[in-house]
Design a protein around this ligand. Structure first.
Ligand SMILES: Cc1ncc(COP(=O)(O)O)c(C=O)c1O
Length: 397
C-alpha cells in the first residue's frame, strides 16, 4: 500500500498564528470546512422549512458510511450515532452477558468512560474487574511488557476485555490483533475504545474483529463535541438499545405513519442510535471533517506525524527524557517522561511562555501533533524542554 505524502495542512484550520497546538488528544480543532458546515446547519434551524424529512436520514447515513470506510467496515448500517463514547460503552455493557465468578479485563488508568459501566456490570453480576498495569518503575520495554501482561490476564473466565487502542495518557499502543485472537480463543467479547486513535492511526475491523468499537468525534476525527460513532458486530443484532427511539424503528422515514407502531428495528446497529441522532448542526460538521480525513487517509496522517517528530526524538532523548519505542506507540500521541531532577511543574510555565499547548500527566508530557503542526511547533516545544532540563541540572548540581 502506498502511503499518501501530505504537506502541512495548517491553512485548512483557523488556529491563530503563534499557537503551537500539540494537543489533539485533548481536543481536535475543527477544519474550516467543518466550521462552515456547522454554521450552515445552525442557520437551517432558524427557518425550519429548510429542514426536510430526508435531512433526518441522508446526512446520518453519509456519516455512517464515512466512518465505516475509515475503520474497514463494509456495511455502514453496522455504525451507530451517539452523543459520546461512554454511550457506546454503556450499550455494549448492557448487552454483553456476565456471570458470577467471571472477570472483566481493563487497562490500568484507563479513561473513566470505559471503566464505570464495567464496574457497575461486575458489581451487579458478581464478577471482578482486572485493571492490568505496566511493569512498575521500568521504562525500557514498558509497552511490550504491558501488552504481554494484558494477554496473560485474559483467561477462560474473562467475559469482556474492554481496552483502548492507545492509552489516553501516554499513547501506549495495545496490539489489538493479538488481543482479538486471544479473546476469540477463550470466547471473550472485545470492546475497543478507539477515541485516541481512529482518524490518525489506521484501524481495520476485519483484522482485529472487535465485538464493539467506540470513538468520540471531537479528537482525532476533528469533529464536534457531543457526537460519537460506534461499530457493533452481528453479535449485537438482537440486543436492547439504551433508548427506544422512533427513528431506530422500521419505516421511520414514513412520517405520516409513525403511529403505526413497529416491533421491528432498522437493520444492523441503527437500533443503538441515540435520540435526535440527526442533529442538523453536529452531523454536517462531522461529515465535512471525515471527508477531509478520508482524503488525507489515517496512514498519511500517521506518516506526517512520524516525519514531523523524527528529528525531535533524538534531541529529546539526548536531554535524558524517555519516549516509548515506536512499535508500542503512535506517532500522533506519545508521552515524554522527564529524567530525575527535572521540575515538571516548571515545564507548564515554560510551555505557556512559548504558547505551546500540550497536557502534563504526572511525570510525563503528552504530545499529540496532527497535520496542522510544523517545525516551528516542534522547535518551541524542544526549547521549553531544554529550559527545564537546564534548570533540573542546575538544581541537582
Ligand atoms: C480514551 C478516551 N475515550 C473517551 C473519551 C471521551 O468520552 P466521552 O465521549 O464519553 O466523553 C476520552 C476523552 O478524553 C478519551 O480519552
Amino acid at each position: 500500500m502506498t502511503v499518501r505524502v501530505l504537506g502541512c495542512q495548517r491553512d485548512q484550520f483557523s488556529l491563530p498564528d503563534g499557537l503551537h497546538y500539540l494537543n489533539c488528544a485533548y481536543m481536535g480543532p475543527l477544519p474550516r470546512v467543518a466550521e462552515a458546515a456547522g454554521v450552515a446547519g445552525v442557520r437551517k434551524k432558524a427557518v425550519p422549512t429548510a429542514i426536510l424529512p430526508e435531512d433526518f436520514f441522508g446526512e446520518s447515513n453519509a456519516l455512517r458510511g464515512l466512518f465505516a470506510g475509515l475503520i474497514g467496515v463494509d456495511d455502514p448500517q453496522r455504525i451507530a450515532i451517539h452523543p459520546g463514547a461512554s454511550y457506546g460503552i454503556a450499550t455494549a455493557a448492557r448487552n454483553l452477558p456476565v456471570s458470577a465468578g467471571d472477570n472483566l479485563v481493563l487497562t490500568h488508568e484507563q479513561f473513566p468512560g470505559n471503566v464505570y459501566a464495567w464496574r457497575r456490570k461486575a458489581a451487579e453480576f458478581g464478577a471482578t474487574v482486572r485493571m492490568v498495569g505496566p511493569p512498575e518503575n521500568a521504562l525500557e520495554g514498558r509497552g511490550r511488557l504491558w501488552n504481554e501482561r494484558l494477554l496473560d490476564a485474559i483467561d477462560a473466565r474473562t467475559a469482556v476485555v474492554a481496552v483502548p487502542h492507545v492509552h489516553w495518557t501516554d499513547g501506549t499502543r495495545f496490539d489489538l490483533r493479538a488481543i482479538g485472537e486471544r479473546c476469540r480463543a477463550v470466547g471473550t467479547a472485545l470492546v475497543v475504545d478507539a477515541t485516541q486513535s481512529v482518524g490518525a492511526l489506521p484501524f481495520d475491523v476485519s483484522a482485529v474483529r472487535p465485538d464493539a468499537l467506540v470513538c468520540a468525534a471531537y479528537k482525532w476525527l476533528l469533529g464536534p463535541y457531543a457526537l460519537a460513532l460506534a461499530y457493533f458486530s452481528e453479535r449485537f443484532d438482537d440486543g436492547t438499545p439504551l433508548e427506544e427511539t422512533w427513528i431506530g424503528r422500521k419505516d421511520s422515514d414514513d412520517f405520516p405513519r409513525l403511529v403505526d407502531y413497529q416491533d421491528e428495528y432498522q437493520p444492523g446497529a441503527i437500533r443503538y442510535d441515540c435520540a435526535e441522532r440527526s442533529n442538523f448542526a453536529l452531523v454536517p460538521i462531522a461529515v465535512a471533517a471525515l471527508r477531509l480525513i478520508t482524503e488525507w487517509t489515517p496512514s498519511g496522517i500517521q506518516e506526517y506525524c512520524r516525519a514531523l517528530t523524527a528529528d525531535m526524538l533524538p534531541r529529546v532523548k539526548e536531554m535524558g527524557f524517555f519516549v516509548e519505542d515506536t512499535e508500542w506507540r503512535g506517532h500522533n500521541l506519545f508521552g515524554v517522561r522527564a529524567p530525575d531532577g527535572v521540575d515538571m511543574s516548571r515545564l507548564r510555565t515554560e510551555l505557556d511562555a512559548r504558547n505551546v499547548s500540550a497536557s502534563l500527566r504526572g511525570s510525563a508530557l503528552r504530545l499529540s501533533p496532527n497535520v496542522y503542526n510544523d517545525g516551528a511547533d516542534i522547535d518551541a516545544l524542544v526549547d521549553a524542554l531544554r529550559s527545564v532540563q537546564r534548570s533540573g541540572r542546575g538544581a541537582s548540581a
